[in-house]
Design a protein around this ligand. Structure first.
Ligand SMILES: [Mn+2]
Length: 303
């Protein structure tokens, strides 16, 4: 069994003194168009064998930090909602100790139990939703309230996370309900479209907004859906959306917001649709970058 970047594997009851933990959620019960994210944690850990615990963009070295890989959350119930509650319990044990964490999904519905655990343990939580989609369907598919396509709306309805502390970066999806954008904005979610992400002035705008959100909250979580990247950079996702950003652009965005991060997830990688493990490798360097940034903020901003 590979661990991420070769970090030691520890149990959930041994995390107290750690600077950060990593865990996987092999779950795609609530994917719809095509499946695969349940294989993502394994694919990312495997791809990480190619890399070292160092972030070149930041000249950041992980060796001064205690980081561990907790392995995967044990699921296996036939009822997807029961699996989501197992994820929530697991995340709750980490949030209770206020240990920073990185999560490998999983389809995007896994961010619901993560958000619930965060909002249970922190007074105020902010959310950066990096995604081609808004995940603001009322039901998807018809009759289903909780899925990868409804998750942001459900988070705002069922946790104490306020929409004014939520921003989407990367909306462009042709796979959207016409009402999603309208509804998300009505709730108060800020949206920066994919079209604007590569512009130089946008990074500054993102920095201003995210800094303000971070000052309003006790913990800021970033949810990174791999489909924010163009399928050229991330072919292995469940719901590809052509017209996306490059891996480089995403790394730069993370560099802008990373110092405000408490925790993050990387979701929707679907290894069965990946080509030459391009998407798994992108997910790996994105994780290394975000983890490095999260820990550099740990130096000055420990909760
Ligand atoms: Mn998406």
């Amino acid at each position: 069994m590979y661990t991420f970047l070769g970090f030691p594997k520890v149990g959930i009851d041994e995390i107290k003194e750690l600077d950060a933990v990593i865990f996987g959620i092999p779950f795609d019960d609530l994917s719809t168009y095509r499946k695969g994210p349940k294989y993502a944690p394994k694919a990312i850990r495997k791809a990480s064998e190619c890399y070292d615990p160092y972030v070149p963009d930041l000249d950041f070295d992980f060796s001064n930090f205690n980081i561990a890989d907790l392995g995967d959350v044990k699921l296996g119930s036939k009822d997807p909602l029961e699996n989501l509650s197992k994820i929530e319990d697991f995340a709750n044990s980490i949030c209770r100790e206020r240990v920073r964490f990185a999560v490998f999904g999983g389809d995007h519905s896994i961010t619901l139990p993560i958000a619930k655990a965060l909002s249970k343990n922190f007074k105020k939580v902010g959310l950066i939703w990096i995604d081609a989609h808004l995940d603001f369907w009322e039901e998807y598919p018809e009759g289903i309230k909780i899925s990868h396509a409804t998750v942001l709306k459900r988070i705002l309805e069922t946790t104490n996370i306020s929409a004014k502390n939520v921003i989407n970066l990367g909306f462009r999806a042709y796979g959207s309900a016409p009402y999603e954008k309208r509804d998300a904005e009505k709730y108060g979610v800020k949206i920066i479209s994919t079209k604007d992400l590569p512009k130089k002035e946008t990074l500054k705008q993102i920095d201003t907004i995210v800094k303000e959100i971070s000052e309003n909250v006790e913990a800021l979580h970033v949810s990174i859906d791999m489909d924010v990247l163009d399928p050229a950079f991330a072919p292995g996702v469940t719901n590809p959306e052509p017209g996306g950003i490059s891996t480089r652009n995403l790394l730069n965005i993370l560099e802008t917001i990373g110092r405000y991060i408490f925790s993050f997830d990387v979701v929707e990688l679907a290894p069965p649709y990946d080509i030459s493990e391009i998407t798994a490798h992108a997910a790996t360097v994105i994780t290394i970058q975000a983890l490095g940034l999260m820990l550099s903020s740990n130096l000055t901003n420990k909760h």
